[in-house]
Ligand binder design. Structure first.
Ligand code: ADP
Length: 663
């Protein structure tokens, strides 16, 4: 095999993975080229590489998925290799082929492997031949509803409808009874068509409460295949991984040997080269079932790096250059335990709805056993066009307990301010008894009713500001750059009064600065003595009740964002408080910014409360727009296929209570 030398690597991706690939490429002495859409002109990844090329407008199809433009960018900059990252074109065989046709080194497996493994049905056929156990199901070419219905009956319920071209948990529907099948087929087809341009479906028996295990493998051009052990990605929400770890807390050495053996057998059978992941689910008895093979680097690859000491991107680049694998199987070992958590700008207290806006503060500290892979920093804009995962936090420990503790603490120390996000949720999750005992299966979080907002007794409930938090907010407004409130002389001290809101609460606060001693803040009936020791946002040190504490503060969007000990709050003056974005029953607004994929209600149509009126695709997820009360559609303000802003008026509804004047 001849060496495939290259000097300059173009990263056909964005966000944290583009930044992460640049880091290793640079360390290896390669020049790097980033791509950016108009939405990412100032993004972290755009600035991370040596050069960056604008490839088009924000929609992925016109930028990060546009093969011709990406190849143009390579030509323009003289890049001679391409790393696809994950998502976007990472498992697109046409892209790999086009790269090779253009004389570029594609950092990934051979085209034929991407093609066969990208097709879940074809991959299962190869896997079965290699001796891997698969979940019983139907994966035939005949896609007629009649055939699928008959096959479903033969498999039995519950079952899963899956997109053959699927990935990222999309195009999957659970079906518990025959009556649910037609809707599930339709929804899965629509989602698969939109996401993958391929609406073929397959059916699979549903394994109840499974764990998700996957094995990292690597192959080279010289006939070597090794595994780098397993990752356990059972902590999922709606089939999306949120916390991943290595090694799995449930495998015995015997099971580990069997699982990794399967993965290596498949990689050999498939003629695999470069990095890949073989995914399995397992039931409570540790029966393994092959799910699919991902022919690329995974989001959660850092946990493998932390426990094996191998830089997977370094290996990817070496293998792409034709070098042999740097280590033999017997030289690869696991030390300690690593856990990763995905930081997403999704609001756990509002159905995990994706958020967009400006990051008012994010400056995580790395070191030793803590790693952050991030695509944003203070000042970054999160646009509605791409994934809501903005960073990953990874911690290593001598054992699982230590890794979880370190990760939770690292997250506490790394507030992401300015946008609602899942940081506090992740901290509560890592500290939960269920996680500690490794009892979380892929469906567990979906079954946890107490995750819903409002259950105040739950450790997952949204933190409410305590008098101390209100007091600090008042002190920072009085002594800082807040602008709100007013001072007056009370005869013996300066008083400062203001009204602040935080979430649904509003409080009148009076802050008193005496001639000497700590400031006192009256918060409703409570009195808090507080002294600002250091007021240099984002760094705040204050003393209250004889205890010195640190806080992180950022001003932005007429709000004060404040993080203390793992909790984060946004304080605003009532005038600036965000108008309640829950639409009144008669005016239904877009809950998120995104693409209006389907409008289901027409003018004049009667609708029931909770009825789905439209579907918006934002950040790779479908969000339903529903009627809040029964009524009749008076007007529809946007058509399918249009891009809508968050809060844009979509429907006007004459509700039943309104004057009966519907003509
Ligand atoms: P994707 O490629 O979209 O990630 P997968 O086939 O890997 O889809 O499945 C995603 C997740 O769905 C898995 O991690 C697992 O939690 C769940 N899952 C997939 N197949 C089954 C099954 N047959 N039974 C139960 N859960 C499944």
């Amino acid at each position: 095999m001849t060496a495939r030398r290259f000097r300059k690597l173009l990263i056909a991706n964005r966000g944290e993975i583009a930044c992460r690939v640049v880091r290793t490429a640079r360390a290896m002495g390669y020049r790097t080229v980033a791509l950016f859409s108009d939405a990412d002109a100032d993004a972290l990844h755009t600035r991370a590489a040596d050069e960056a090329v604008r490839i088009g407008p924000p929609p992925p199809r016109e930028s990060y998925l546009d093969i011709d433009r990406i190849l143009d960018a390579a030509t323009k900059t003289g890049a001679d290799a391409i790393h696809p990252g994950y998502g976007f074109l990472a498992e697109n065989a046409d892209f790999a082929e086009a790269c090779e046709a253009a004389g570029l080194v594609f950092v990934g497996p051979p085209t034929h492997v991407i093609r066969s493994m990208g097709d879940k049905a074809a991959a299962k056929t190869i896997a079965e031949a290699a001796g891997l156990p698969c979940v019983p199901g139907y994966r035939g070419e005949d896609q007629a509803d009649g055939r699928l219905t008959a096959e479903a009956a033969a498999i039995g319920f519950p079952l899963l409808v899956k997109a053959v071209a699927g990935g990222g948990g999309r195009g999957i529907r659970a079906v518990h009874a025959a009556a649910e099948l037609p809707d599930a087929l339709q929804a899965a087809r629509r989602e698969a068509k939109a996401a993958f341009g391929d609406d073929r479906l397959m059916l699979e028996k549903l394994i109840e409460h499974p764990r998700h295990l996957e094995v990292q493998i690597f192959g080279d051009d010289h006939g070597n295949v090794v595994h780098l052990f397993e990752r356990d990605c059972s902590t999922q929400r709606r089939r999306q991984k949120i916390v991943e770890e290595a090694p799995s807390p449930v495998l015995t050495p015997t099971h580990r040997e069997r699982l990794t053996g399967y993965a290596v057998a498949l990689a050999k059978a498939a003629g695999y080269r470069n990095a890949g992941t073989v995914e399995f689910i397992t039931d409570a008895e540790l029966n393994f079932y092959f799910l699919e093979m991902n022919a690329r680097l995974q989001v959660e690859h850092p946990v493998t790096e932390m426990v094996t000491g191998v830089d997977l991107v370094d290996w990817q680049l070496r293998i792409a250059a034709g070098e042999p694998l740097p280590l033999r199987q017997r030289d690869i070992a696991i030390r300690g335990h690593a856990i990763e958590a995905r930081l997403c700008v999704e609001d756990p207290y509002d159905g995990f709805r994706p958020q967009t806006g400006i990051v008012a503060h994010f400056a995580p500290q790395e070191g030793g056993s803590i790693r952050f892979d991030t695509g944003v920093e203070t000042g970054s804009e999160v646009s509605p066009w791409y994934d809501s995962m903005v960073a990953k936090a990874i911690a290593k420990g001598r054992d699982r307990t230590e890794a979880a503790r370190r990760l939770a603490t690292a997250l506490e120390d790394a507030p992401l301010l300015g946008l609602p996000n899942n940081r506090e949720f992740l901290i509560a999750l890592l500290r939960s008894e269920a996680f500690e005992r490794a009892e979380i299966a892929t469906t567990t979080l979906d079954d946890w009713a107490h995750l819903a907002a409002g259950d105040e007794a739950s450790p997952f409930a949204q933190a409410r500001p305590a008098p101390l938090h209100w007091a600090l907010a008042a002190a920072l407004h009085a002594e800082g750059s807040g602008g709100a409130g007013e001072w007056f002389w009370s005869g013996s001290a300066f008083d400062f009064s203001l009204t602040l809101t935080c979430g649904v609460e509003t409080k009148r606060l009076t802050y008193t600065r005496p001639r000497s001693g700590p400031m006192a803040v009256a918060v409703g009936g409570d009195r808090v003595d507080i002294a600002l020791i250091e007021n240099a946002p984002p760094r705040i040190v204050f003393e209250a009740d004889g205890v010195r504490r640190r806080a992180t503060a950022a001003w932005g969007d007429a709000k004060l964002y404040l993080a203390i000990a793992g909790a984060a709050f946004a304080f605003a003056e009532p005038d600036h408080a965000r108008a309640d974005d829950v639409a009144e029953a008669g005016r239904i607004a877009a809950p998120v910014a995104g693409l209006l994929v389907k409008v289901l209600a027409q003018p004049g149509q009667a609708v029931a409360a909770g009825e789905t009126l439209a579907l918006i695709e934002a950040m790779k997820m479908e969000t339903r727009v529903t009627a809040l009360a029964p009524g009749r559609i008076a007007a529809v303000h946007a058509g399918a296929g249009s891009q809508v802003a968050s809060g844009a008026l979509l429907f006007e509804i004459e509700t039943k209570d309104a004057p009966a004047d519907v003509r």
